[in-house]
Design a protein around this ligand. Structure first.
Ligand code: DON
Length: 553
């Protein structure tokens, strides 16, 4: 990789380039500038958006271990230059030993087992998923795409303040598992900003993946995973790893004010929540209301309230829930019905019937790519919690996910604390837990307009909705699309989450309408590309994660 530090420093925050005839240069935006640079270099060498996304994702597994991963899973939405969108579901899958009552111990719900034990580890999908996307849409050689990640793991990279603080905050957890502590500390003491993080085992694993990706599922890497599982009571077995397949799915499609929306289908709820909420909003004049106005936040919240209620009721792994009524939920007619239940000046009330949500935790990461031919990729992947199970596979150097925590608690176990026992998202063998991840691509007049996505658990579709409104309704530039204060409503609890920098007058007006508000410092971490009038702008969410970076090819 060529080293052009000064140039990239200048480009890192927001980059834009004049494109006289459509896209003439690509952009990569991710939560770590070093990873974006890895992807941008691939674009410079003529790689496709998928090539760049794969290189960036592998690099994130090294430089952003909180959520970048080999041991987790996610979703890759692509719209290649030929215009035919594709979607790779590489969500983790429950092992054969999974069953709906697996989170109960002597009849009582066992939260520790559900969220923090080796039993919560799903078969990782990332390696197979990235390979699946590359197989169809890659232009460069597979080993080339892993090269930057291997180098970053083997030679190390200097930790930023932010990265050092993130690792230091996890030390008490890392101390519970000696190999993890050894990888992410200096002999048990916190690494500091400027220290190099070297991950030799991870480098070796990446080399194996670069030679033969299937090694992860049936070779030396699989053996290391299985040894850990057997020694420590995990449930994954050789047959589970061997059976893992990424799934190519139909992209979920919608439209919003004449713009085509390409979104994530189940087992993510991201596309359903986003498109259903946008359909509702289409009937209101948000432009007249204005960005950040009480009316805009109120209407977005009411739309989200309804879309999230449907999510809770209907969504789950489609292989186990063949009757999810997506056609109805995503129809304009249904949105019109929902609109009649919204008052312009008054908060609705979420009827807390028997449906609520599985728990989500705040860590995941998103990357957006566009290549010079106009191909785009929107990729969100996760370990579930920050640093997943906070436990590496000994000898393999990558963190395990705790994604099965996204399954519901147990059949019939629905209570006031927010546990849920409804069927669509109960654990089962080979089943994928329901997700909120929401990679999205907007297309206008046949060309990509916006690539967006974010971490944030259940707030993800809301964050993405905010970026879509900012681009489409409020005609913001990319920087403003990312920086504008965000809001979120998820039906239950019945309140709007707002970022603290939303105007005080708006907050007061929302309260006067009967909304409960909860303030957070930041919501999500959106990585956005906007193409307008032949100009491509990448905007990284440096406001919410300072290491984020947009890098042009
Ligand atoms: O798939 C999901 O929706 C969750 N496991 C994602 C967790 C998450 O986003 C936490 N994010 N910041």
């Amino acid at each position: 990789m060529r080293n052009r530090p000064v140039l990239f420093l200048l480009l890192a925050l927001t980059i834009s380039a004049q494109m006289p005839h459509g896209i003439s240069g690509g952009v990569v935006v991710s939560q770590e500038r070093l990873a974006s640079e890895a992807g941008a270099q691939v674009l410079r060498e003529g790689g496709s958006a998928v090539d760049a996304a794969v290189a960036t994702a592998f690099a994130l597994a090294v430089v952003h271990p909180a959520a970048g991963n080999l041991g987790g899973g996610g979703f890759l939405l692509s719209r290649p230059a030929n215009g035919q969108p594709t979607f790779v579901d590489f969500r983790e899958t429950a092992p054969a030993a999974a069953e709906p009552r697996m989170w109960l111990k002597e009849g009582a719900y066992d939260e520790e087992r559900h969220h923090h034990s080796l039993a919560s580890v799903g078969v990782p999908g990332t390696v197979a998923g990235l390979h699946e996307a590359w197989k169809r849409e890659g232009r460069l050689a597979w080993p080339r795409l892993l090269r930057p990640a291997i180098r970053l793991a083997r030679d190390g990279f200097p930790l930023s303040e932010n990265q050092a603080a993130s690792l230091a905050a996890q030390l008490p957890e890392f101390r519970k598992h000696a190999p993890t502590l050894a990888q992410f500390s200096r002999e048990g003491l916190p690494l500091r900003a400027g220290d190099r993080l070297v991950q030799r085992d991870l480098a070796r694993t990446l080399v194996r993946v670069s030679r033969n990706w299937a090694d992860f599922y049936r070779g030396d890497i699989a053996r290391l995973i299985l040894r850990d599982m057997k020694a420590n009571g995990g449930l994954l077995r050789s047959a589970d790893l061997r059976a893992y397949r990424p799934v190519r799915r139909e992209v979920l499609r919608g439209s919003y004010r004449g713009v085509e929306v390409l979104g994530a289908p189940p087992p993510s709820s991201g596309g359903q929540v986003l498109i259903e909420a946008l359909n509702v909003l289409e009937g209101f004049d948000l432009k007249a209301a204005g960005a950040g106005s009480p009316a805009a936040v109120h209407l977005a919240s009411e739309a989200l309230r309804r879309a999230f209620a449907d999510r809770a009721r209907f969504l789950g792994d489609p292989s186990f829930n063949p009757d999810i009524p997506l056609d109805r939920l995503l129809s304009k007619a249904y949105a019109a019905e929902l609109r009649t239940t919204i008052r312009p000046d008054r908060a609705s009330v979420s009827a807390p019937d028997r449906f609520t949500w599985p728990r989500d935790r705040p860590d995941t990461t998103h990357l957006s790519v566009i290549d010079r031919r106009g191909g785009a990729v929107s990729l969100t992947y996760t370990l579930e919690d920050s640093y997943g199970l906070k436990r590496i596979v000994p000898g393999a150097g990558f963190l395990l996910n705790n994604e099965l925590g996204d399954f519901n608690a147990a059949p019939g176990l629905t209570d006031a604390t927010g546990l849920i026992g409804t069927p669509p998202n109960l654990a089962g063998p080979g089943k994928r837990p329901l997700s909120s991840m929401c990679p999205v691509i907007l297309v206008k007049d046949g060309s990509v307009l916006l690539v967006s996505g974010s971490p944030g658990g259940r707030s993800i579709p809301s964050t993405v909705l905010n970026t879509v409104m900012n681009a489409v309704d409020f005609s913001m530039d990319a920087r403003a699309v990312v920086d504008a204060p965000r809001c979120h409503h998820q039906w239950l609890p019945d309140r709007i989450q707002v970022e603290a920098d939303l105007a005080e007058a708006t907050k007061a007006a929302l309260k006067a309408m009967g909304h409960d508000l909860i303030e957070v410092k930041k919501q999500g971490c959106a990585q956005v590309i906007l193409v307008r009038d032949g100009r491509t702008e990448g905007a990284a969410d440096t406001k919410r994660w300072p290491d984020s970076g947009a890098v042009a090819e």
